[in-house]
Design a binder for this molecule. Structure first.
Ligand SMILES: [Zn+2]
Length: 354
């Protein structure tokens, strides 16, 4: 069992120190100390707005971990669920510039703390840098994290309010990554954190898979992982509603299908995806994933080479199942060979180690 070395490409250890004071709304601040109320609100809001309910769920999970003030405490809680030699790609979050108030500790401090975590756990932690390209002094900070601290890739979160072809990224950040053969992890689902005033439609425009086309036009070799395999909403729609084969636009509207189609076509060799959150949170999607990955076609072979194992700890903390339990179910459902492919081999290729 422990003869393989798993790499979980998508986890978080950021703490309440890094979440803005008024996020997601000033009126909710009094309730932040009482997580039960946030859960209740999420349940009430869900029938009216999935997006708002999702934001509240996320806040609840932030609150659950808010007892931890150090990233090392969160890492310790997560490691218990995995074999000892497992590695984790740790993704920070730059929420300071999104208009929800100040953070206790700025990006520099978050990066430094993560660097210390990686120094203390060199076999375990693979640190990524992050930035909001509109934030002040961010390019210098990313250069510092990569060149001085030895960070191994970049995390982006376009939903917060920027496009992947933002000039700062195009002119200064992507060339640095390419010169060092480092990959990008980017949030790709319709839920999640949004900047203040960024309406869902605009957030989706920044987040959708096509938003990366201008980047690849210029940097075709930049390895980009669209996290969450399109997200739970699009998986839910695919599984429950199906699609009309005569409807020409249906492919573009469902990000799960679009990502699968694009990878399968072979025309997007730098496009990767991970199964974090979506497949960890909703195990009714698992049979579909297994089917997609195990077909005997050229398209499926390309997909098998581009899907990455990730969990999105601590966003995935379920009430009923531990991360360990979900992990074993997944491994069992996929079978040892497929699991090894997405959890051992593919992450090493994506990270540039092979
Ligand atoms: Zn995440």
């Amino acid at each position: 069992m422990s003869d393989i070395r798993i790499t979980n490409v998508h986890v978080h250890t950021f703490t309440a120190n890094h979440v803005p004071r008024w996020y997601p709304h000033p009126l909710l601040v009094p309730f932040r100390a009482v997580p039960g109320v946030i859960r209740l609100l999420a349940a009430i809001v869900r029938p009216f707005s999935r997006d708002k309910a999702d934001t509240l769920d996320r806040l609840y999970r932030f609150q659950q971990e808010a007892g931890a003030w150090r990233q090392s405490e969160i890492l310790a809680g997560m490691r218990k669920h995995y074999p000892r030699n497992t590695r984790f790609v740790v993704l920070p979050m730059d929420m300071e510039p999104i208009g929800h108030g100040p953070v206790r500790k700025g990006l520099r401090h978050q990066h430094e703390e993560l660097a210390a975590l990686a120094r203390d756990n060199p076999e375990t932690v693979i640190p990524f840098a992050t930035l909001h390209p509109d934030g002040e002094g961010r390019v210098a900070e990313v250069v510092h994290a990569i060149e001085t601290l030895g960070f191994r890739g970049l995390k982006l979160y376009p939903r917060m309010g920027f496009a992947p072809d933002h000039p700062v990224l195009m002119e200064e950040v992507y060339p640095l990554l390419l010169s060092r053969n480092l990959p990008v992890m980017t949030h790709c689902s319709r839920g999640g954190v949004r900047g203040r005033g960024v309406v869902p439609a605009r957030a989706d425009r920044y987040t959708r898979p096509e938003a990366w086309d201008p980047v690849w036009e210029r940097y075709p070799d930049l390895r980009v992982c669209l996290a969450h395999f399109g997200g739970q909403e699009d998986w839910r729609a695919y599984v429950e509603e199906g699609y009309d084969p005569k409807d020409e636009g249906s492919l573009e509207r469902n990000w799960q299908r679009l990502i699968r189609h694009r990878i399968g076509s072979g025309r997007f060799p730098s496009l990767w995806t991970d199964i974090s959150y979506t497949l960890f949170h909703f195990d009714d999607f698992l049979p579909f994933l297994r089917l997609f990955l195990s077909a005997e076609t050229e398209e499926a072979e390309r997909l098998r080479a581009r899907v990455l194992f990730g969990s999105d700890f601590y966003m995935t903390r379920q009430e009923q199942l531990s991360e360990r339990a979900v992990c074993f179910r997944l491994r069992n459902a996929l079978g040892e060979e497929l699991f090894r492919r997405i959890a051992v081999e593919n992450p090493e290729t994506w990270l540039g180690e092979r």
